[in-house]
Ligand binder design. Structure first.
Ligand code: C2E
Ligand code: MG
Ligand code: MG
Length: 290
C-alpha cells in the first residue's frame, strides 16, 4: 500500500515536471517567434525525367542564439496541438509567400510548398486567415503556393477538413498528401480528400533496392495515383541508383538528399544555377527532354 502511495506521488511529480517543461517550451517558442529566430530552408524538387527543377519545399528551422540550428522534429511536436501552431504556420506561409515574390522579382519562377499543422484544417476560420495572408503578395506569387498535409487524427473529422481544403482550393491553393503510405488508412483518405498530389514517404525508398515489399508498394502507389488522377512525387532519394529504379517504375518528380538537402534561399539560387541531373537519369529516354 505504501509502495503504491509512493508510486502515485512519484508519477504525480513526474507529470508536474512534464507540464512545467511543456509550458516552458511553449514560452520559448513564442519568444523565438517574436524575436525572429525562425528561418525557412528550401529543399529542391526536380523532375528526374527532364532534369528540370519543379519546385521547392519550405522547411522550418530554429536559429537558436545559444543552441544553434534546431530541427523541426525537436519543436514542432511540442506545439502541434497548441494554438501557438497557428501563429507559427502563419509565419511560415507569410515567409514562403514573400520568398516566392522575391524570387519572381529576380526572374526565378518556382512553386513552393509549406507544411502546416493538420489541426489547422479543423478550424473553420482557416481559409479566411489564409486569404488574408495571400493578399499580402501579388496574384502571381499567390498561385505558386501549395500546402502539404499529413494524414492524422485531425483529418478524421473529415467534413471540417474537407471544407477547409475546398475553401482554400477556391483561393487557388493546391494540396499535397505528405508522408503518403504511412498513415493507417491511406486508401479511404485518398478516395475522399481532394488533394492534387501524393508525396510518397521516404521510408519506402530507403529499402527499395533490397526489399521486394517496398518496391511493390512503390509500384502499386504509382498505379493508385494514376487511377485517382493525382500527381505524384517521391521523397527521400538518396542515391543515383534509387532515382534510376524510381524512374523505371514511372516516377518523375523527386526530392531527396542526393538531389539536395534543404538549403537557405540564397544557396538555392546558387544550387539551381549548377544543378544537372545525372546522365543515367536523362539518357536513353524515348522522348526528348522538355
Ligand atoms: P516532411 O514535410 O516530410 O519533410 C521532409 C523531411 O525529410 C525534412 O526534414 C527533410 O530534410 C527530410 N529529407 C529530405 N530528403 C531526405 C533524404 O533524402 N533522406 C532523409 N533521411 N531525409 C530527407 P526536416 O526539415 O527535419 O522536417 C521534418 C518534419 O517536420 C517535416 O517532414 C514536417 O512534417 C515538419 N515540418 C518541417 N517544417 C515545418 C513547418 O514549417 N511547419 C510545420 N507545421 N511542420 C514542419
Ligand atoms: Mg512536407
Ligand atoms: Mg514527408
Amino acid at each position: 500500500k505504501l509502495a503504491g502511495k509512493n508510486r502515485y506521488h512519484f508519477f504525480d511529480a513526474e507529470k508536474d515536471q512534464y507540464i512545467r517543461g511543456q509550458h516552458q517550451a511553449l514560452e520559448d517558442i513564442r519568444r523565438a517567434l517574436e524575436r525572429g529566430e525562425f528561418v525557412l530552408h528550401y529543399q529542391p524538387k526536380v523532375n528526374m525525367f527532364t532534369g528540370q527543377i519543379c519546385g521547392a519545399e519550405a522547411l522550418i528551422r530554429w536559429q537558436h542564439p545559444e543552441e544553434g540550428l534546431i530541427m523541426p522534429g525537436d519543436f514542432i511536436p511540442t506545439i502541434s496541438a497548441h494554438p501557438l501552431s497557428v501563429d507559427l504556420d502563419e509565419w511560415v506561409i507569410l515567409t514562403a509567400l514573400k520568398q516566392i515574390e522575391l524570387w519572381l522579382h529576380s526572374g526565378f519562377d518556382i512553386p513552393v510548398s509549406v507544411n502546416i499543422s493538420p489541426l489547422q484544417l479543423q478550424d473553420s476560420e482557416f481559409s479566411k486567415r489564409l486569404e488574408k495572408l495571400l493578399h499580402t503578395v501579388s496574384p502571381a506569387a499567390r498561385t505558386r503556393l501549395s500546402i502539404e498535409v499529413i494524414e492524422s487524427h485531425a483529418l478524421e473529422n473529415m467534413s471540417t477538413a474537407l471544407n477547409a481544403i475546398e475553401e482554400s482550393k477556391a483561393l487557388g491553393i493546391s494540396f499535397s498528401l505528405d508522408d503518403f503510405g504511412t498513415g493507417y488508412s491511406s486508401m479511404s483518405y485518398l478516395k475522399r480528400l481532394p488533394v492534387e498530389e501524393l508525396k510518397v514517404d521516404r521510408s519506402f525508398v530507403h529499402g527499395m533496392l533490397n526489399n521486394q515489399e517496398d518496391l511493390a508498394i512503390l509500384s502499386a502507389t504509382i498505379g493508385l495515383a494514376k487511377a485517382f488522377d493525382k500527381k505524384i512525387l517521391v521523397e527521400g532519394v538518396e542515391s543515383e541508383e534509387q532515382g534510376q529504379r524510381l524512374l523505371s517504375l514511372g516516377y518523375q518528380e523527386a526530392q531527396g538528399y542526393f538531389i539536395s538537402k534543404p538549403i537557405s534561399a540564397d544557396q538555392f539560387i546558387e544550387w539551381q544555377a549548377n544543378w544537372k541531373a545525372p546522365l543515367s537519369w536523362t539518357y536513353d529516354r524515348d522522348e526528348p527532354a522538355l
